[in-house]
Design a protein around this ligand. Structure first.
Ligand code: FAD
Length: 407
């Protein structure tokens, strides 16, 4: 860090401290959250026209540290799950009205529960082949279609929706991106039961749903480009576990803490001396370290405005890490793991997490799709054959469904 940067950080800390002294009176209520948002402390890294201050990540940490020092909540929340996903997409593509209406609600915690209305029964990996339609009718779009695998749809306050707005152009060129409330008439949410026994995701049916035209994010028919920002956020969070490990725990270097969980599992099973187990731990340990290093590269690239290709690498790598880590813990816990009995907390957790780890290989684009992206965008290999390339979507054959013109 240069002396100028150190000085700037010092000035910033002074400014935050002075602001807190004048504004924080120990009560976390709606009025407090509004003031934090309006002052730009809730999203220090966002630009000023988006309730931010245009600061670096390092400066945002300074802001967060000053808030934490006096026990004041609500600072630097722009990196949190759905706030980051929906927020960054609106910051980059949203109209001034959308920014004004949605961003303060995301940052103050008024809107926290979102869902993604992307996948459809016939179109998951081939997302650009989606057939949910949005047709303009005066001040609204009328939406009809079906979505599936909608995580959190049953409790969501709002959704990011992809719908087709032009059928006469190739598939990627006729899609629009919307952010809509989930309580509109015509939206029906039906839970799906998972192999874990839970119901986190849903089918969502949209029938003549009238959404205000102002919910469009970006330009009409430019939704595929908008989606790339949202996907980048999703893959980044699914790909890299940098954070606790990179900081190290208990003052130890991150390289030593990276596999404490596996070592503990082996010790608990009395298998710490088992050669095969030790080799397995070391193999997973090295994958984790490499992924952490890639995370540092990806972070730098994303901060410099780069694309999502490294995030795909991280997401793919993390799938293998999660599967192998939980499979190892499952083997270590022995036959107890097969009972899936909540009364046996430790075994239940391992079995549950082993099943749950498959989400990383499917949600946000499958492992195979990440490999396609890596081969094309990182390795520079040629694109695979695409029979529908350049064909107006209306004329593309659609698996098992009638064409929209009924032919
Ligand atoms: C836990 C979970 C949560 C999810 N949450 C959401 C959500 O909130 N919102 C949402 O919209 N969706 C969500 N999804 C859906 C997810 O994005 C899709 O399941 C995923 O994109 C795969 O699509 P699909 O299921 O239609 O499989 P398909 O596309 O039918 O793929 C089937 C198989 O074929 C392979 N394949 C397909 N095309 C290719 C290709 N071109 N090259 C190589 N292999 C290929 C795939 O890798 C896969 O193995 C979720 C999924 C899961 C498992």
């Amino acid at each position: 860090m240069t002396i100028e940067q150190e000085r700037a950080t010092g000035e910033l800390a002074d400014e935050v401290r002075a602001w807190l002294a004048a504004n924080w009176h120990g009560t976390d209520d709606a009025d407090w959250r509004r003031r934090v948002v309006e002052a730009g402390w809730a999203a220090p890294t966002w630009p000023r026209d988006a309730f931010g201050r245009g600061l670096s990540r390092a400066d945002a940490k300074t802001v967060a540290a000053e808030f934490a020092a006096v026990g004041a909540p609500g600072a630097a929340v722009e990196t949190r799950a759905f706030t980051a996903l929906a927020g960054n997409t609106i910051v980059e593509f949203g109209s001034p009205e959308l920014k004004r209406d949605i961003l303060p609600k995301l940052l103050s915690g008024e809107l926290t529960r979102g869902c993604l209305l992307y996948s459809e029964p016939g179109n998951g990996s081939d997302l650009a082949g989606l057939q949910t339609r949005a047709e303009r009718d005066g001040d609204v779009f009328v939406v009809n279609g079906q979505k599936i695998w909608t995580t959190g749809g049953h409790e969501a306050q709002f959704a990011l929706l992809l719908a087709r707005t032009n059928w006469d152009v190739p598939k990627h060129a006729g899609i629009s991106f919307f952010i809509i409330p989930m309580d509109l008439p015509g939206i029906e949410v039906r839970p799906i039961k998972q192999m874990t026994g839970e119901s986190d995701f849903n089918e969502v049916f949209l029938t003549d749903v009238r959404i205000p035209a102002g919910t469009l994010v970006g330009e009409l028919n430019d939704g595929w480009r908008v989606l790339q920002t949202a996907l980048k956020e999703e893959r980044r969070t699914m790909g890299f576990e940098l954070g606790a490990r990179a900081q190290g725990e208990g003052g130890r270097a991150p390289i030593f803490t990276a596999s404490d969980d596996l070592i503990e599992a082996a010790r608990a099973a009395g298998k710490l001396g088992d050669e095969a187990v030790r080799q397995n731990i070391m193999r997973i340990h090295s994958w984790r370290l490499v992924n952490d290093w890639n995370a540092v590269r990806a972070k730098k690239e994303i901060e410099a405005g780069g694309g999502s290709s490294l995030a795909s690498l991280g997401k793919l790598a993390n799938s293998r890490i999660l599967h192998e880590s939980w499979a190892l813990k499952f083997r270590l816990i022995g036959a107890r793991g097969m009972l899936y009995d909540p009364a046996d907390k430790a075994a239940y957790e391992v079995d549950h997490q082993m099943m749950w780890s498959f989400i990383n290989s499917i949600g946000g684009g499958t492992d195979q799709i990440q490999r396609n992206i890596i081969s094309e965008r990182i390795l520079g290999l040629p694109k695979g054959y695409e029979p529908d390339r350049g064909v107006p979507f209306r004329d593309v054959r659609k698996g098992g469904t009638a064409r929209p013109d009924g032919k």
